[in-house]
Every structure is written in C-alpha cells, then in structure tokens.
Design a protein around this ligand. Structure first.
Ligand code: DGJ
Length: 702
C-alpha cells in the first residue's frame, strides 16, 4: 500500500489513473480493449491499488457492453446508443470512431497537474487527447478534449461534448436556472428520473434561458449532502444532457451544442473543446460555491476591486447630451461614484433602437465638441470614464451597412431577419473581425477610456454556410477583447447581452464584470443574485441602485433596501441623480461610503447563503474576509404576524469572541454562540433591510 498522495497517481500495471485533490478522488482506467472506463468520483480514497477494472460482460445480447460500461469519452459508433461525446464523419463517409489507447503524459501548470490521455482512431489519422487538470488545493478539476487531424483530408466533427461524467446514484436532483430577458437566473430544481434532461442554448448567446453548468445533488442542503457540479467555459451555443441509465447510474455531458453544428477539421488542424470546471462536495452547495468563487477570484478574474460605477442608461436612455451627462457625472461624483459610464446613444444617428449601430463616430449634435469634452469633465472630477458599445451588430440605415451589406450573417437567397432593429455581423469573416478590433482600438487609443460595457442585444440568425459559427463567433469576440486588453491593459470590460445573457465561465476572465440583468428591481434582484451566487463570483456581479417606480416591476422600494440589495455585489448607481432630493443624496453618500469600507469583504470574501428558519420570507447573506464580516438581511413583506428570524452565522472560530454591530447597538458573543444559538433578528414593514457588521476581537471580551 502506497502513502496517500496528491495530484495524479497511477497504477501502471493495471493502467488505472487516480486524480487526487485535497478531499476528492476521481478514477478511471484503460481496459484490455483500450476503452477508457470511469471508476469513481466522490470523497477521497487514498489508495490507487483499491481500484480495479472489472471484466465487462454483456447482460444480454440486447445490452451490449458499451451500454453498461461507464466510459469517460464515449464516441459514436459500434453498439453505443446512449449520448456520445464525439461524432466524426471521415472523408470517405465513414461515421464511426474506433479508438485505441496510445499513452499518457503529465504536464505541470499553474497550481495544477495535468494528465493528458492520448487516444487515436484505429484506422484514420484522428488523434484525441483527454485533458484533466487537477487543482489539488481548490478541490476542482478541469476537463477538455483536443482533436487533431493528422491526415491530409478534412474530417467533419458533428458532435463534441467536452466530457462525460458518471454519478453512481439514481433519483438525483438537477438544478440550473431558467429565464429570459429581465428575468434571468431563476433557479429550478428537478428530479432526475428515466429519460433525459437537456439544457441548451441555440441562439449564439449563452445564458438568458439556461446556464452552461450542471449541479446534481442527493437531497443536499447548503451545508450537507453530495453535490456534483461542472461549469462549461464557453459563451456560444452549448448543450448539457443528464441521463439516468437503466443500469443504476446517472451520466452527464456538457459541451458544444450539436444543433446545426459541424466543425470542419482540416488536414493538420487541431481543435480544443471548451473546458468544464468541475468538482464534488460532500457537504452541500455552500462548499461548491466557495470552491468556484475562490478559483474564479484567484485564477480567472483580474485583480483589484471593482469601482463604484454610475451608468446613465436608465436616466437618459438614448437621449444623451454632453451637458446632461456632465451634470450627471458631477452629481455622481458628489455622492462617491468612482467610474462614470455613458451608455447607449452617444454615437452615429443613435436616437432609438433602429439606427446607429456600426457607425462608431461621436454624434455631433449630442457632443458638438466631441466626446472628449465629457471625458475631460469626468477626469477632472477624479473619476474613471467608461463607454457602451455593441460591436457585433449593425442597424440597416447605417453607413457601415451601406458599405458592407455582405458583412452580416446571411444566406444569399434569403432575407436576414432584424431583431431590435439590427443585424448581427459575421465575425467569422477575417475582415469583420479586424474592422471591429481597429474600431475599438482607435476608440481606446484616441480617448482616455477606462471601462467598456460590451452589449449584444439579439440572437444570431441566418448564420452563414459554415456550421461552426455558433462557436467561432464567440471565439472572435474573445480574441478581440484579449487583443485589446493586451494593448490597453488598464481597461476593464463588462459583459452584457441584453442584461445577463452572457454570464458564463467562458467569458469570465476575458471580461471583468457581468451585467447581471436589466431587471434592476431590488427585490427581484435578490432572487437573481442568490441563484447567480451558486456558481459565479460576487466580484463580477454588477448591481445597480435605480429609480422607483422601477421601470419593469413598477415597485416602490425604499432607498435603503435598494442600496443593500445592490451592495451585495459590485455596486453601481443607475438613477437619474439629477432628480435626487437632499435626503436621497445624503443616503446615497452614506451608503456608498459604507460600501467602500466593506468592499473587500463583499467582492473577495467568502459568501454564505444563510438559512432562514422563519415562516416569514427573510433573505439573509453573510460575507467574511479574514477576521471581519457582514450580514445583509432583507424582508420584502412580513406576511405572518411579525415573526423574527434567527441568524445563525457560518464560518466563525467557535472559541473566538466577535463584536457584532447592529443598527441599534453592539454585542460581544462567541463564535460558537453566533453559529449555534444565533441572533434573533426582526425586521418590520415592507421592504425592510439591515446590514450587520462583525469583527473578531483580539482582546476577547475585554
Ligand atoms: C441592454 C443592456 O442590458 C442595458 O443595460 C443597456 O445598455 C441597453 N442594452 C442599451 O441599449
């Protein structure tokens, strides 16, 4: 028996690979037929020698071995009828892959060890590599697949999932989010039974309707139970399939959507699938979120705290004028905003949705002295300056469209559809991609811009003749932003697609922030933010305080609740601040001052969704960083009497003493008391909220 090891452990005589993180194990092996067979995913098992590959036998002639065995990467072909990860048509029309095992190699990456299994087709010069990155300290793995066409003919890849996972249980719960514009991130949970659950996107934009991740649990709570999860690093069309098999297990795949997809892998070409960031928690959803948040903060997101922004969209919509924007900026500065963003409407003939996109020159009527007049004002106030763009789109009446009608996605014999009055530019065309890069590079080089809000307000249609565009389009967006960041490293990018249409682990890191939703109603936002927090890091979650009645919900919500709700993420203000009363200004000033104090805890702390044991709908969240923390508590409507809730803190040191700062006083309690007994909290009235802060006392109770 060997000593417990971390990272990649191999039993060479049995061809068994064990991937060890701090508390989890993932195992698979290669059998005599060369099949890569899954063995285990779950809580840590130390000894690789414990694992063995049972000999496969058919249950009956109707249940072939491929159906029973748990493959890591099932390909289309042979007697396989379940979902497959790869389907290729070779130049001679053969449509099945038959692979054999070639060998493996191990590479060391940043904070991870990477195992690469090398497979190849037995007849055709197609090589496949299964990549597994093991992040020991984060209890996470990343899986993806690389295809390489070593022949001199084109191969057509019609299906490519980044990997298959096996969960050794039935009747699991599957959770994801559903939604649409203004109602993103609506968490749902459904029982997995026989048949399949499919989540997907076919629109070219990842996440209004579903989100590219899976969570499968066994009746887990925040703090208990098995949770298996994976998030796809991709913003174009994706699909995820969960299938409970008739043989006592559940499989899940995630990757590129096979709908209207075909990748032509030309001679000598390589293609890497998007990665799936995945893990297992034996102690509930909270641990899953903590691991993903920490990984995102340490590896994916750019450093530094996100500035408090002011965005003028809800205040002015398309009616932008230099004078009014200057006034808004001045007022925003007065109460503490650090970044002023001028949204849609500053360019071309952009007076509504039907014109302007593509004509990226400053509108002279709105800015007679150019945009620099506004930028100078913003800079002189000591704020950063940000600007809105929607580069992937063009409106029909523009100069750009008149000059390049063939730059939009289209079929020569069809009329392309407009949506929100606009077409989508074909970013798979090299000249379109260069045009967009140059346009944005000129904008950033010519003006002192610190922040770009990149929007995309319609799905793709009438595509083009190449069925890989659903993937290539977003790759082009990534490439453009990566190149811009290389040249303009100080500029932050916000990913927006009609609100929260591009919230995914593909765009995260290339962009710095997500615009979470156009639904800025502070109460609706609590649900959106709660669901978001399962998978995505708080720092990237942009949340604005906006005017009441809210433009979508018509709700009237007190300023304090609106601020507390938006302070749960990266705070922004979207009000028409020129209409602020003195009281509004004073509240905004005070809230923003407090936000700046707690910002490190909110943006980079550990986040907890706290249990609400009350019959009243309290929503309670905790954030903690080092020895300090805070709790936001909300009550939209006290429905049943005036019941209080008990706030049981999480993650404290049981023996330490904490000072707890309530709105009406200060307490000193032990960590054990706060976590076990908890504090009784009563909020009264509709849309009531509070912020509780706490800190560990170095001096104990003294
Ligand atoms: C959709 C975005 O989500 C909004 O915030 C705003 O930028 C508009 N587009 C502008 O057209």
């Amino acid at each position: 028996m060997g000593k417990a090891k971390m990272g990649i452990v191999i039993n060479h005589s049995e061809n068994i690979f064990l991937l060890q993180t701090r508390s989890n194990s993932y195992a698979f092996g290669i059998d005599d037929q060369g099949l890569v067979r899954h063995l285990y995913w779950g809580k840590r098992i130390n000894e690789v020698e414990d694992f063995e590959l049972p000999v496969l036998t058919e249950v009956s002639t109707n249940d072939p071995v491929y159906e029973i065995t748990r493959e890591e990467f099932p390909v289309y072909g042979s007697l396989r009828y379940k979902e497959h990860c790869l389907k290729v048509t070779f130049a001679d029309g053969v449509r099945e892959v038959v692979y054999e095992y070639v060998g493996y190699r191990i590479e060391n990456g940043e904070s991870c060890e990477e195992l690469i299994l090398e497979l190849k087709d037995r007849h055709y010069a197609l090589k496949m590599e299964l990549h597994y990155k093991v992040y020991e300290a984060y209890d996470l793995m990343e899986r993806f697949v690389v295809l390489y066409n070593a022949s001199d003919e084109t191969m057509e890849v019609e299906q490519l999932q980044s990997g298959q996972f096996h969960i050794p249980y039935e009747n699991l719960n599957f959770s994801n989010v559903h939604g649409h514009w203004g109602a993103e991130q609506q968490r749902f949970v459904q029982k997995v039974s026989y048949g399949k659950i499919v989540i997907e996107n076919r629109r070219g934009i990842s996440s209004h309707n579903h989100n590219p991740y899976f969570i499968l649990d066994r009746d887990a709570t925040e703090t208990s139970g098995d949770v298996y999860f994976g998030a796809l690093r991709q913003s174009g069309n994706f699909s995820g399939v969960v299938e409970q098999t008739p043989y006592g297990g559940t499989l899940v795949q995630m990757g590129l959507n096979a709908h209207d997809f075909c990748l032509e892998l030309k001679a000598g070409e390589r293609f890497a699938s998007p990665a799936i960031l995945c893990g297992y928690s034996d102690c509930g959803f909270e641990t899953m979120s903590h691991r993903l948040h920490r990984f995102a903060n340490d590896f994916i997101l750019s450093e530094g705290f996100r500035p408090v922004l002011y965005n003028s969209w809800e205040a002015t919509e398309f009616g932008v004028t230099c004078e009014e924007q200057k006034k808004l900026a001045k007022k925003a500065k007065e109460f503490g905003a650090e970044l002023f963003v001028v949204d849609d409407g500053w360019f071309g003939e952009r007076n509504g949705i039907d014109n302007g996109l593509g004509d990226w020159y400053v509108n002279e009527k709105k800015f007679p002295n150019g945009i620099d007049e506004l930028i100078r004002e913003v800079k002189s106030l000591g704020m950063m300056f940000g600007i809105w763009v929607e580069p992937e789109m063009v409106n029909p009446p523009t100069k750009l469209f008149a000059e390049h009608p063939d730059w939009i996605y289209h079929f020569d014999t069809r009329t392309s559809d407009t949506s929100r009055g606009q077409y989508v530019l074909d970013l798979t065309k090299a000249e379109v991609k260069s045009f967009l890069y140059e346009m944005l590079d000129n904008l950033l080089s010519g003006h002192e811009i610190d922040y770009i809000k990149w929007d995309a307000n319609r799905p793709i249609s009438q595509t083009n003749l190449h069925r890989d565009l659903w993937y290539r389009h977003i790759e082009a967006v990534y490439d453009i932003v990566k190149a811009l960041k290389k040249k303009h490293p100080h500029v932050l990018f916000e990913a927006c697609a009609s609100g929260g249409g591009r919230i995914d682990y593909g765009i995260l890191g290339i962009f710095d922030d997500f615009w979470t939703s156009d639904n800025t109603d502070a109460y609706d936002r609590l649900t959106i933010q709660d669901s978001y927090s399962y998978i995505y890091p708080i720092k990237a979650m942009r949340a604005w305080v906006t005017d009441c009645p809210n433009f979508l919900s018509a709700r009237m919500i007190p300023m304090k609740f609106r601020f507390h709700s938006a302070m749960m993420g990266s705070l922004g203000i979207g009000c028409n601040v020129l209409k602020f009363t003195e009281e509004d200004t004073a509240t905004a000033k005070e809230m923003i001052r407090e936000y700046k104090e707690i910002r490190p805890i909110v943006q980079e702390g550990i986040f907890y969704r706290l249990e609400n044991p009350s019959a009243n709908d309290y929503a309670v969240y905790e954030y903690q960083k080092e020895d300090q923390g805070l709790i936001f508590a909300f009550l939209a409507q006290g429905k049943i009497g005036h019941r209080s809730t008990t706030v049981r803190f999480r993650g404290l040191e049981a023996d330490a003493v904490y000072t707890v700062l309530l709105e009406n006083g200060e307490l000193k309690k032990s960590g054990a008391y706060l976590m076990q007994h908890g504090l009784e909290l009563r909020l009264n009235g509709d849309y009531a909220s509070t912020l509780i802060r706490f800190a560990k006392c170095e001096t104990g109770r003294a």
